[in-house]
Design a protein around this ligand. Structure first.
Ligand SMILES: [Cu+2]
Length: 118
């Protein structure tokens, strides 16, 4: 039994390292890929940050709720609509057309932000 366990952990470490290296290198490749850009908006202390984010067409924007209370990210013009995001929950939307996309939190309508797609 003990011998068997040791053998597994001896093999697992190099496999784990190889997997991590692979994950790292594929992430570098993904970043260099121009057709799949990504951007992040953090919801913290009742603020969308950055409040205005400017991205190229085709960018997937991901909102993450870093607050202890729920928020939403809803397009003022009905383009996208998140569910209620609890702490650490995320919502993503890919912007395929240039334009300005204002949005707000439906729970706290004074919370507003803007995505500018170029
Ligand atoms: Cu809110």
């Amino acid at each position: 039994m003990t011998k068997n366990k040791l053998w597994i952990s001896g093999v697992a470490a190099p496999v784990l390292i190889a997997t991590m290296l692979l994950a790292l290198s594929s992430r570098v490749t993904a970043n260099a890929e121009p057709s799949a850009p990504a951007a992040a908006v953090k919801i913290d202390n009742f603020v969308f940050g950055p409040q205005t984010i400017t991205v190229p067409v085709g960018t997937t924007v991901t909102w993450t709720n870093a607050d202890d209370i729920p928020h939403t990210s809803v397009s003022t013009e009905g383009v996208f609509k998140s569910k209620v995001l609890d702490t650490d929950e995320k919502f993503s939307y890919t912007f395929t057309k240039a334009g300005t996309y204002p949005y707000y939190c439906t729970i706290h309508p004074k919370m507003t932000g803007k995505v500018v797609v170029q």
